[in-house]
Design a protein around this ligand. Structure first.
Ligand SMILES: Cc1cc2nc3c(=O)[nH]c(=O)nc-3n(C[C@H](O)[C@H](O)[C@H](O)COP(=O)(O)OP(=O)(O)OC[C@H]3O[C@@H](n4cnc5c(N)ncnc54)[C@H](O)[C@@H]3O)c2cc1C
Length: 507
């Protein structure tokens, strides 16, 4: 059953333990560091009941309606519907909330498309995955994830350093009812706002760290679990007017700390299997469905950056200067490339043996690589086009509260085309995305959310159709017969003569 915003917010008042430094947050729906982000998520839940969004954001099956990110695609139309749903959610948050419910929603929908992957010689967990998927879509669950083992526990072959015994999350006990986990996991974005946290390993673990190879689901209010948040930028936003994005869309990032947290077997998906704990993301469509969302969300953010760049140049009266127009054209081209890469994933989709379809995995990873490699560059270009404009506004909105400063501000900060207040709004918005603490976090997020660059290149290499490419080159090489090489054109002969010429004497 679909939840609305109020149902969703009510679910967050469950006694979960969230720390900001030494402060314990009692209720993320009212705390000044979290409440507006909680409302932004609630908005996504409400949108599914509104006419323009309803048909895209939800689907019907056997008389029941579910969120579209739980749709397991069987046709191109299903893939298109998933993409459109991600687009709507991303645009509701201007691309600022990477781990909205449609991200990890894609994990469970994708994993449950090939549950047999979770049955091995030692463990039969396929039914756990299938029934948890049903539970998620029926209860409209918001999942977040912590799948990054802390630095120092990873595969030596890949990370070229010995693994250490750091306090990484792992199984410390097991019995007939389930496993007990302790330790920490990086860096669960949106966990403070989610209903369940998916714990796992997207990076390869070092040999001997089998107890860390657990994939399981925990509730944020589980006894022994706490979420340790970084600085919440929402709390430090001066006002909605000054920092619209930090004020509304700080999705938060938390270290997940588990101290003897009990997990029943039906919430365990992998255990004591280092290889499988990572392969589940690639041997099923889990990683592709979720990270297709990441590309769509990124494009929504690019749209905002592109629009800001254009408005800033217009407001400065430079948009027709050829060099500036050229820069805008460059940004427009990057935006078009990203959109093209998203829709290419549908065009060249994959047919899976089970009757399901999936986005094109290789194109998906290529789009993410493009995204991670260009975000700094895009922001730098928008900053360059902005010049000092983004810092010429008075300190904060209080300038409008004092009649004396307001009068002078409105008179002296206006331009022939823009009022002082409109310029204040534009430049403050741009700076929130380019220069604040919130903006700095986004630079780091866009670079690392799928892992460091060499890991993303590894995904691309794994999914690249090397056989087809090798055959292509081999076929060409086969065409080139030794006899052909003996026939040289006169130009080639002249070039050969030049190479044979003795070196010039040194004077
Ligand atoms: C804002 C933000 C939000 C995040 N949200 C989530 C989340 O919701 N869930 C989650 O599970 N994780 C999340 N992460 C964690 C993210 O997955 C990791 O940061 C990412 O996998 C990179 O790992 P790392 O930070 O340990 O960096 P490292 O892997 O330690 O890399 C650090 C640097 O060292 C370089 N490096 C290290 N080893 C090598 C090597 N062998 N070859 C070449 N270069 C190397 C890397 O290229 C990189 O530049 C988030 C991270 C950020 C920054």
């Amino acid at each position: 059953m679909l939840k609305n915003g109020a149902d969703y917010l009510e679910g967050l008042r469950d006694g979960r333990v969230v720390y900001v430094g030494g402060e314990r947050v009692d209720d993320v729906t009212t705390h000044p560091g979290f409440r507006n982000a909680a409302s932004s998520y609630a908005r996504i839940y409400d949108a599914r009941f509104e006419a323009p969004f309803r048909e895209i954001l939800s689907y019907e099956e056997n008389g029941e309606r579910y969120a579209t990110y739980f749709l397991q695609p069987r046709s191109r139309a299903d893939l298109e519907k998933r993409t459109k749903s991600c687009e709507i959610i991303a645009e509701l948050t201007y691309g600022m909330m990477g781990r909205s419910p449609d991200f990890v929603g894609g994990y469970i929908a994708g994993a449950a498309m090939q549950p047999e992957v979770f049955d091995t010689g030692s463990h039969k967990f396929a039914s756990h995955v299938s029934s948890f998927y049903e539970y998620c879509r029926r209860n409209d669950v918001f999942l977040s994830h912590a799948v990054t083992p802390p630095q120092g526990t990873r595969d030596k072959k890949m990370y070229q350093r010995e693994a250490a015994r750091v306090p990484a999350l792992g199984v410390v006990a097991e019995d007939s009812s389930g496993v007990t986990i302790s330790g920490i996991k990086m860096l669960a974005t949106s966990a403070a706002f989610s209903d369940e946290v998916w714990i796992g390993n997207i990076l390869p673990l070092a040999e001997g760290h089998e107890n860390e190879s657990v994939t399981c689901i925990v509730r944020p209010n589980a006894p022994g679990l706490s979420l340790w948040s970084r600085k919440p930028y929402e709390r430090y936003a001066v006002s909605e007017f000054d920092n619209y994005l930090s004020y509304h869309f700080d999705e938060s990032d938390c270290i997940v700390v588990c101290d003897n947290v009990k997990v029943p077997w039906e919430r365990v998906f992998t255990h004591n299997d280092i290889g499988l704990s990572r392969q589940i993301y690639f041997r099923t469509p889990a990683h592709t469905l979720s990270n297709h969302q990441a590309g769509v969300r990124y494009a929504a953010k690019m749209k905002l950056l592109l629009g800001l760049a254009r408005m800033i140049t217009k407001s400065s009266g430079i948009e027709t200067v050829p060099a500036v127009a050229d820069d805008l054209g460059h940004l427009a081209a990057l935006y078009g490339m990203m959109k093209g890469m998203i829709y290419g994933q549908i065009q060249d989709h994959e047919n899976l043996p089970s009757g399901f379809v999936n986005y094109n995995r290789h194109y998906m990873y290529s789009a993410i690589y493009f995204a991670t490699q260009h975000y700094d560059q895009i922001c730098a270009k928008v900053r360059e086009l902005s010049g000092g404009s983004v810092l010429q506004m008075p300190a904060d909105v209080s300038v409008l509260h004092n009649p004396e400063t307001r009068g002078l501000f409105e008179e002296l900060w206006q331009t022939p085309t823009h009022s002082a207040v409109d310029r204040f709004k534009l430049f403050k918005l741009a700076w929130d995305l380019l220069g604040t603490d919130f903006a700095g976090r986004h630079l780091q997020y866009e670079r690392f959310y799928m892992g460091p660059a060499f890991v993303v290149r590894g995904h691309n290499s794994r999914e690249c159709p090397w056989n087809e490419i090798d055959e292509y080159v081999c076929e060409l090489l086969d065409r080139i017969k030794p006899g052909n090489l003996l026939v040289h054109s006169p130009t080639e002969e002249k070039a050969r003569e030049r190479y044979r010429a003795p070196p010039m004497p040194v004077k």
